[in-house]
Design a protein around this ligand. Structure first.
Ligand code: A2H
Length: 253
């Protein structure tokens, strides 16, 4: 990790009622999976959320009505950034693991898919961001490969209790046009580099570098309110909208 603080946007992915048994104590509150992203302008293309099956999570009171599900470390950081019901102290209502989160139905800001599901990703780091990641397989190589693995491998779905209907209906949503890479830039690069699975760490790091730089510097939005604008211009505009409408907050670490 660098010396510069990283500023993320936390996307509030709302848990759809009625809540499952384990979450009944949270009934009556607004509960969100809190996903940290560096690419808020890509939220149109969400197909699911990612959690680490063996990761430790908690449901934390952010204020009187809202609860965030995220890693404990992130809850502590948020408490020092004015996002805890109790100032400077995380208030955990419920201890959870990633396995408890798999299959939760979510409504996420800007997503063309009205309801998406929390699914397992094995490369999630619990000491980065919130431990919850929003999945945009059109533009993120990690997301593309992890979704590809789940779609292609029934045994992987079975291992984590993932139902077909949480995965199979979800297609890549084109949202950004990148010269030479097309409008499914993560897929293009993963195919070109012949990446086999989400475990192909070295190649994925290279794919990420390529798509991140090119998508940001040369990409054009093809959907949403800022369609036709360059990604560089659209990003702060979309981010500000999400912040102003209460669908996202700023998070630094
Ligand atoms: B990004 P950096 Cl479309 N473990 O969001 C693993 N990955 C994590 C994470 C964690 N705990 N927390 C966040 N991330 C991901 C969108 C996106 C992202 C797109 C394209 C590239 C991209 C949709 N997923 O990131 O190490 C999140 O995925 C490539 C850099 O702090 C977050 O932004 O630089 C990004 O990694 C933060 O990575």
């Amino acid at each position: 990790e660098g010396v510069q603080p990283q500023e993320y946007t936390i996307i509030k992915m709302e848990l759809v009622a009625p809540f499952p048994e384990k979450f009944k104590v949270l009934e009556g509150r607004k509960v969100f999976l809190a996903a940290a992203t560096l690419r808020p302008e890509t939220m149109y293309g969400q197909t699911n959320a990612w959690v680490l099956p063996d990761g430790k999570y908690g449901a934390f009171e952010i204020n009187d009505s809202e609860v965030f599900v995220l890693a404990h470390r992130a809850a502590l950081n948020l408490a020092y950034q004015n996002h805890s019901r109790v100032p400077e102290k995380p208030s955990c209502l419920l201890e959870l693991t990633g396995r408890d989160l798999i299959g939760l139905p979510l409504k996420s800001p800007l997503s063309f898919n009205e309801v998406i599901y929390a699914l397992p990703m094995l490369s999630i780091l619990m000491d980065k961001g919130t431990g919850v990641v929003t999945s945009v397989p059109s533009d993120a190589p990690d997301d593309y490969m992890a979704l590809h693995d789940l779609k292609a491998k029934p045994a992987l779905r079975e291992k984590y209790g993932v139902k077909d209907e949480w995965v199979l209906p979800f297609e890549i949503v084109p949202i950004i046009e990148v010269p030479q890479f097309g409008n499914k830039c993560a897929e293009t690069v993963c195919l070109q580099m012949k990446i086999k699975s989400q475990n192909d760490k070295e190649k994925l790091a290279e794919a990420k570098k390529q798509t991140y730089l090119k998508g940001f510097t040369e990409g054009t939005m093809i959907v949403g309110e800022f369609a036709g604008r360059k990604v560089q211009e659209a990003k702060p505009l979309i981010r500000n909208k999400l912040l102003e409408t209460g669908q996202a907050i700023i998070y630094s670490e």
